[in-house]
Design a protein around this ligand. Sequence first.
Ligand SMILES: *Cc1c(COP(=O)(O)O)cnc(C)c1O
Length: 448
Amino acid sequence: MRTIIEPFRIKSVEPLRHSTAAEREQYLEQAGYNLFGIEARHILIDLLTDSGTSAMSTEQWAAVMRGDESYAGSESFFRLKRVADELTGFRHMIPTHQGRAAERILFTVMCKPGNIVPNNTHFDTTRANIEFTGARAVDLPIPEAADTQARLDFKGNLDVAALESLIAVEGPGKIPLVIVTVTNNSGGGQPVSMANLEAVQRVCARHGIPLYLDACRFAENAWFIHEREAGYGSWSPKQIAQKMFSLADGCTFSAKKDAFANIGGFLSTNDDRLAQQETNLLILTEGFPTYGGLAGRDLDAIAVGLEEVLDPDYLRYRIASTGYLGRHIADHGVPIVEPPGGHAIYIDAARMLPHIPPPQFPGQALAVELYRHAGIRSVEIGSVMFGEAARHELLRLAIPRRVYTQSHIDYVVEAILEVNARKQEIRGLEIVEEPPFLRHFSARFRQL
Ligand SMILES: *Cc1c(COP(=O)(O)O)cnc(C)c1O
């Protein structure tokens, strides 16, 4: 059989609520044309983010009931530790309330003012936490990643030559760690190859620099390696993931992505001395080392999710369904970041709406139009989010895990193609009110 089906059936449902076009117009006006300001109950299909929005399985809900809420030495911690140890092989696993808490602790311990931290592409919280320590976050994506239309198998790779020259110019003493983000979220959810990870590892080892993974989507990355990289077709996703982790000295992880959890994360390392310092900080800001800011039931849900996500049937469906959305709109003339990534499809709004210049926010204009037309929420990743530093004007459609069926995605495809058919009518926006930072969350706009 060629048809790829959702590898689950539905036991518990949540109603979706339709709204009328007139109601949506009113919600848009009230929210100042910022979709973050619209109440979730007024959204039909929510593609704002894949973070913390997964559907948990019956096994995860059962694990929630088993959660041990002991303050110290909870059984839930040891269940998560067993799963994480087997998967990652790292000596220490420190739970945190989400990925950014792991980042803050890691960089507080490792970075000093004047340091430089390279990454294939820093996620925004990663960059912010590095810069908060006075260090500098440097993105080293491969040059081809700048071309949204280039179709590369591993477009998330780190530019190894650029890493070598950065180390040569700055000196290894200024670089406390190198990070590789799998998959490369800010770069379009594009995967990193095992060969690239190995090459980065060799450079780091030669200079005595620790290598960390930002492992939020490690399983999606493992599946791309399974599908695309020579020599890995017969490896299981788990074996591939284990090899990826074995190349690193530690990782940060947000359980809100590939662990199907609604909250949680962890920080892992092989360095006993660092782990001690990290644990001290954890106690100060997150909690006791066996719960780190989470309830016991959250630790149990993460433990189960970490195993479920490596199911080949799940990963085949997951990556195919993201590609399905991407191909169906791209093959009908909607420019997307090629090729489709793991967790999201990014529409190149500057290319789709050339009549709207970047200062009039083509990505935001498209997000507003898609909501107005069909009740779909997406998010701008462009000049609203990054101001003049924006390199592209994108609209991200992130796909929550195990939440929407193919008919939901077909509805999204139809809506996008209908909007595309009358795209000349879409008007730009101007900002009428904005906060001093992270303006995309609360800025208000006016239609031009
Ligand atoms: C989500 C994410 C983070 C931060 O995790 P939170 O749980 O949202 O704090 C860090 N890096 C990447 C690549 C992410 O996608």
